[in-house]
Design a protein around this ligand. Structure first.
Ligand code: KE4
Length: 426
């Protein structure tokens, strides 16, 4: 074996389950050997064979500026010299909280944590604590991290309570989790008519990046808001992926719908472990140490992570940042659609800000069941064809893609050309 990725993968599998610290990295859905990345810069990263790839996962969203942005590197270098972690409050946490609140008007207060899972799990507990209710509503195809109550799959296409998606999640832990079909207005209305008085919250990815790229229709998003208000449930937008990615004001800014609680992550940490959840003061002050809802974390608001996050938010807040990013991402999407059309490849794609998705079908799916009708073999051939040509997209058809400010027009053109070559060989 001479391929360094194979060598490292064999070593990794001896000591880390599946050789990875997060399942999607293992290439299980697409087959082949994961690329072990040794360094990254701008729009690129290099694997263990020193092969360069144009990077369209960007750490699954955080690297919106591209890798190694000078201002971010400088901020982190300065912060580490002042100390890695104190376990005590810092001014920089206040600065980051103030910066987030200035950009997310639906939030009056925010709590910083270390991962999206932790933020979503905490928001869920807060919603249950603040309402005194147990039932939570989520949608098939939306992923909110791996907290037990959220590892639930839909039943036989109908609105169903608690079918755990993972071993180790006892049925009683998910018995209050109601799973509905995304964009299904009838199911939504029926669920609230039946359970409205027991519903603590509805949690949704308003632009769902965990089923590639599916938008909540404006009518659906509006109805979620109306029903939560009508029944005294909290509307929670999980914007871990969409926050500061689809626009400066996230999916709530795109849709013009105001959630009660917002969950953030990825971009706000700029690649460091940092996430957050926030909302109205009256709800947030239910949290310890003020209120009865407990939540804590050793590295919450970590001084190095907050330096990275603040430097990132400063750059993305600059005038014209999202206009340029959205234009570049749309050029990619339109180019891929044109390439597919030219080669007779069923294909459709969509983007918002620096986030995009595509489907090997002519429609844009409205729900998870439709997304999963994609031909796996076709997707895997595209994935590996692009990988061989130095283009790294998400190694799973249900994942979104991400463009950074560092991607050049040449990178976009090279990606489109690579895709067209693969489509032509189909
Ligand atoms: P983390 O615990 O992975 O930081 O965040 C969980 C999470 C919560 N909410 C949304 C909308 C998310 O997309 C995520 C995590 N996203 C995945 C990518 N689909 C992270 C990649 C991975 O699992 O390795």
């Amino acid at each position: 074996m001479t391929d360094q990725n194979d060598i490292l993968f064999e070593r990794a599998r001896a000591v880390i389950p599946g050789g990875v610290n997060s399942p999607v990295r293992a290439f299980k859905a697409v087959g082949g050997t994961p690329r072990f990345i040794q360094r990254a810069q701008g729009a690129y990263f290099w694997d263990a064979n020193d092969k360069r790839y144009i990077d369209y996962i960007g750490s699954w969203g955080p690297m919106i500026l591209g890798h190694g942005h000078p201002a971010v590197v400088e901020a982190v270098q300065k912060a580490v010299l002042e100390g890695f972690s104190y376990g005590a409050p810092t001014e920089r946490e206040i600065e980051l909280a103030e910066a987030i609140l200035a950009l997310v008007p639906s939030m009056e207060m925010v709590r910083l944590v270390s991962s999206g899972t932790e933020a979503a799990m905490s928001a869920l507990r807060l919603a249950r604590g603040a309402t005194g209710r147990k039932t939570i509503v989520k949608f098939e195809g939306c992923y909110h991290g791996h907290a037990d109550a959220l590892l639930v799959k839909a039943g036989s296409g109908l609105a169903t309570f608690g079918n755990p998606t993972s071993a180790g999640v006892p049925p009683e832990v998910v018995q209050h989790t109601l799973v509905l079909e995304y964009n299904n207005l009838q199911q939504l209305d029926e669920a609230f008519a039946l359970h409205g008085k027991d519903i603590a919250c509805l949690m949704i990815e308003a632009i769902a990046g965990n089923m590639n790229f599916v938008r909540a229709t404006p009518a659906f998003a509006k109805r979620c808001r109306e029903l939560c208000t009508q029944h005294g449930a909290l509307l929670i937008f999980d914007e871990v992926m969409t926050g500061f990615r689809v626009g400066l004001h996230g999916a709530q800014g795109v849709l013009g719908v105001t959630p009660d609680l917002t969950v953030l992550g990825k971009v706000i940490g700029g690649g460091m472990p940092l996430a957050a959840f926030g909302g109205p003061r009256a709800i947030m002050e239910q949290l310890a140490p003020l209120g009865p809802v407990y939540q804590a974390g050793t590295l919450s608001g970590n001084p190095v992570a907050t330096a990275c996050g603040l430097a990132t938010l400063k750059e993305i807040s600059k005038p014209g940042f999202y206009e340029a990013l959205a234009k570049k991402t749309r050029t990619l999407v339109d180019g891929l659609k044109a390439a597919a059309a030219a080669e007779g490849q069923p294909f459709n794609a969509d983007s918002e800000g620096g986030m995009f998705g595509f489907f090997l079908m002519n429609e844009l799916p409205q729900n998870y069941a439709t997304v999963m009708t994609t031909d796996n073999a076709q997707f895997n051939a595209l994935f590996h064809g692009l990988l061989d040509r130095g283009v790294y997209i998400a190694p799973a058809l249900y994942e979104a893609g991400f463009v950074s400010a560092a991607h050049s027009e040449d990178d976009i053109a090279a990606t489109i050309a690579a895709a067209r070559e693969i489509f032509s060989k189909r």
